[in-house]
Design a binder for this molecule. Structure first.
Ligand code: CTP
Length: 406
């Protein structure tokens, strides 16, 4: 199953580090090559000798070791892997990863890597629940870092609660899942729109909306993780560029449309942007002044509908066109009507009423409206919504793949 896959395993400090020895065995059994970095803390719990014996590889420990660096520099170490797994991931290593601190071999390799990273947190329940740890995990997940656990139960410190490192078989399942995911959209092209648009009034003022870009960015990241060649066309958003995604930043709806049309042909388009419906017909060339007179009267004109335009792109129409419907009432009825009006295949309807916290928040409650009916998904993190959607897209496109000529 994992034949030929190369895993870089970072073992940081924690009583649960013994589980990583079992993980190495299981990975090796399945044909993976495992190279390990053992942190100073990790070496307090498992010995370099046992790690080396199980992995059948040299164990890397020192950043400034002349022998380590001459045999295998830390940059090469971080790049010559298909996946980097941090298990156990202590509160400290998660904090340093989130901050970009590189003060030992493990954190330097983690900062230098361009490969996907999976963390397996293990710590005391109060440390796990601490807002600092939760903020660090949220930051890492936003950047595309995957996570397994922690589970709940008896902790080594004698307390009971969340913080227990996931079991080796659970971690193994996540690693196998990861490698399955990465092939499912390989060879296909995806286009995603995200964020708000800014429609200028004059050189300093604009009309915008509350979209954060989180959902669209997460979708682009999830599609890229599954191997799709992904272009993200994003309006102004504070979200960092997702790993492995080509990003084109634009400001206005018209710029977004031009970037999307220029990206065709693609296999799938997901329009998650909250595109401004109107723009000022003639933005002022200079800053509008009060000059003691009446406030300016803005004449608005309709913006192009990017989703509808992609859905009616003739022979350039993506095989699957997916839109969102941001609604504050009659969510499913309005979304169903929107799907028909815009000619897209699927609509993800979401309630963006102020009380739901969807706009700008971390979670989303969506209903997938398709020709087959309505499917309601539970409220979940925007990353989880993105993953589920990417999975559905992969299944749909693979099922619809024209049969290879014999
Ligand atoms: N959309 C688009 N271009 C626009 C407006 C919307 O591509 N000019 C896309 C959005 O990205 C989303 C879908 O259309 O996928 C629906 O957006 P939404 O804001 O819910 O609907 P609107 O078309 O703006 O309709 P209304 O504001 O009347 O609800």
């Amino acid at each position: 199953m994992l034949n030929g896959k190369r895993v870089l395993l970072v073992i940081s400090g924690g009583i649960a580090a013994y589980k990583s020895l079992e993980l190495i065995r299981r990975l090796r059994e399945r044909g993976a090559a495992v190279r390990c970095i053992l942190t100073k803390g990790g070496a307090e719990f498992v010995t370099p000798l046992s790690v080396a014996a199980l992995s059948e590889e040299k164990v890397f420990m020192e950043l400034f070791s002349l022998t380590d660096e001459s045999e295998m520099g830390h940059i090469r170490l971080s790049r010559e892997a298909d996946l980097v797994v941090v298990a156990p991931a202590s509160a400290s290593i998660l904090a340093r990863m989130a901050q970009g601190i590189a003060d030992d071999l493990a954190t330097t390799a983690l900062l230098a890597t361009d490969k996907p990273v999976l963390v397996v947190p293990a710590m005391n329940l109060m440390m796990w629940a601490h807002p600092a740890t939760q903020a660090n995990i949220a930051t890492l997940e936003r950047r595309g870092v995957a996570r397994v656990g922690p589970g709940s139960g008896d902790l080594a410190c004698g307390e009971v609660g969340a913080g227990r490192m996931a079991e080796p078989m659970e971690i193994l399942a996540a690693i196998e899942e990861h490698f399955i995911e990465r092939t499912s959209l390989t060879g296909l092209r995806a286009l995603v729109t995200s964020g708000p648009t800014h429609e200028p009034i004059d050189p300093v003022r604009f009309i915008a909306n509350r979209s954060s870009g989180r959902q669209g960015h997460a979708i682009a990241a999830a599609l890229a993780r599954r191997g799709a060649d992904t272009l993200l066309v994003s309006g102004p958003s504070a979200e960092p560029d997702p790993a492995g995604v080509e990003v084109r930043r634009i400001e206005t709806a018209e710029e977004m449309l031009a970037a999307c049309r220029g990206a065709l042909p693609v296999d799938v388009a997901v329009c998650a942007a909250a595109v401004g419906d109107w723009r000022v017909a003639t933005p002022a060339g200079q800053k509008l002044k009060k000059d003691g007179g009446a406030p300016p009267q803005l004449t608005l004109t309709a913006n192009p509908d990017i989703l509808a335009s992609l859905a009616e792109a003739g022979n350039q129409r993506p095989r699957l066109v997916v839109g969102f419907a941001a609604e504050t009432e009659n969510v499913i009825e309005n979304a169903t009507a929107k799907r028909a009006a815009k000619g897209c295949d699927w609509i993800l309807a979401n309630d963006v009423s102020p009380g739901t916290g969807t706009f700008g928040g971390g979670e989303n409650t969506v209903h997938l409206v398709s020709a087959g009916g309505v499917e309601s998904w539970p409220t979940q993190a925007k990353q989880a919504v993105a993953d589920r959607l990417a999975e559905r897209i992969a299944r749909h496109l693979i099922a619809a793949q024209p049969a290879a000529a014999s």
